[in-house]
Design a protein around this ligand. Structure first.
Ligand code: PHE
Length: 365
């Protein structure tokens, strides 16, 4: 018994001397651990006669509990002491300026689409939508593409595996190659007149500085009883001048071919080459060469397209146009490589992106 009391005094002073959680834990292991002193004493109980075992065993159990209790309270005391020390030494300077916060940016594509919505919205166009996964009929046939047209080839268009549960060309699924398919869906589902714009992803099998397999287009369609080529020219001239914020931007309409329009045109805008090799949109000063670049496709909707959508071409006519949104964005904001739009590099976005609080159509929300 005296041994046990001596042991208790000894351990108690060891516990009190432990000034850190690690030191306290060391004491705990040497006392209560598998090879600890109390544990070793417990093991000697087996060799004692029953009377002795009873008294010593009980005393050892009491000792064990007392020591565990002591360790616990010492642990608490150490924690409190550590906290008190921190509270006494650490201070919080509330006058310091806050850490710089990184805020998100609007992607230039989203910015441009909003600008386009603003411009065409002001002209009375409404926004329509259509699916990215189209069928051959909406993407090609209804738009007057003849059966063997090269755009229908595998090397240009992403076709999906055929669904044999559906019949014929309508069942042939693909990723839309242009937003013109949305014109078709809109005309099928609504009664004329139509005055819509549509934005969305389009897909073609292409990849280089100026082509990515996925890109964005905007489509416009205006059909009524007396819409003419003059309206087309006025609308698109106003649009490019307003988008590029250049009132005298030269605009040129060049005859071109798309199966779904007749006549068809490509629209060019004027620019000049700067001495450093860059370009500047606008009218060439006297003596300098006026250069042109193509910016969009347009034309009077082909009577066959109207017929395919159940619209009488003797009663209704109008124009359609389509353009690449990346190209418009690159030109306006001086972004040189198309591929960077989709590399998800936040440094790029921090540089070219737009402030979320400064949106083009905020006033309209
Ligand atoms: N769909 C054409 C393209 O992708 C653009 C276009 C749309 C041309 C409407 C004329 C009329 O190139």
């Amino acid at each position: 018994m005296t041994d046990i009391n001596a042991l208790k005094t000894e351990i108690t002073s060891e516990i009190e001397a432990a000034r850190t959680p690690a030191a306290l834990d060391d004491v705990r292991v040497t006392v209560l651990g598998k090879k600890g002193r109390i544990t070793a004493l417990m093991k000697t109980l087996g060799g004692m006669d029953p009377e002795e075992r009873k008294t010593v065993g009980a005393a050892l159990n009491v000792l064990k509990d007392e020591i565990a209790e002591l360790i616990k309270s010492q642990e608490k005391a150490l924690k409190k002491q550590a906290l008190d020390e921190r509270l006494a030494t650490e201070t919080l300077d509330v006058t310091l300026s806050t850490r710089p916060e990184r805020s998100g940016k609007i992607h230039p594509i989203s910015q441009t689409m909003e600008e386009l919505v603003g411009i065409f919205g002001a002209m009375g166009f409404q926004v329509a939508e259509g699916p990215d996964i189209e069928d051959d009929w909406h993407n090609f046939t209804a738009l007057n593409f003849p059966p063997g047209h090269p755009a229908r080839e595998m090397q240009d268009t992403f076709f999906l595996p055929e669904d044999l549960s559906e019949e014929g060309e309508r069942a042939k699924k693909l990723l839309r190659t242009h937003t013109s398919a949305v014109q078709i869906r809109h005309m099928q589902e609504h009664e004329p007149p139509y005055k819509i714009v549509c934005f969305g992803r389009t897909y073609r099998s292409d990849y280089d500085m100026t082509h990515t397999p996925m890109f964005h287009q905007m489509e416009g369609l205006y059909i009524d009883k007396n819409v003419t080529m003059a309206h087309l020219k006025g609308c698109l001239t106003d649009f490019v001048r307003s988008y590029f914020k250049l009132d005298d931007l030269p605009v040129r309409f060049r005859p071109s071919f798309f199966p779904f329009v007749e006549p068809g045109a490509e629209v060019d805008i004027g620019y000049i080459k700067k001495p450093d090799g860059g370009i500047k949109l606008g009218k060439a000063p006297d003596g300098e060469e006026q250069k042109w670049m193509e910016i969009l496709g347009a034309g009077m909707v082909h009577p066959n397209v109207l017929k395919n959508c159940g619209v009488d071409p003797d009663e209704y006519q109008g124009f359609a146009f389509g353009m690449g949104i990346e190209r418009l964005t690159m030109l306006k904001y001086g972004i040189p490589d198309l591929r960077t739009f989709f590399e998800c590099d936040t440094r790029w976005l921090a540089h070219y992106g737009f402030d979320p609080l400064d949106r083009p159509n905020n006033a309209m929300r």
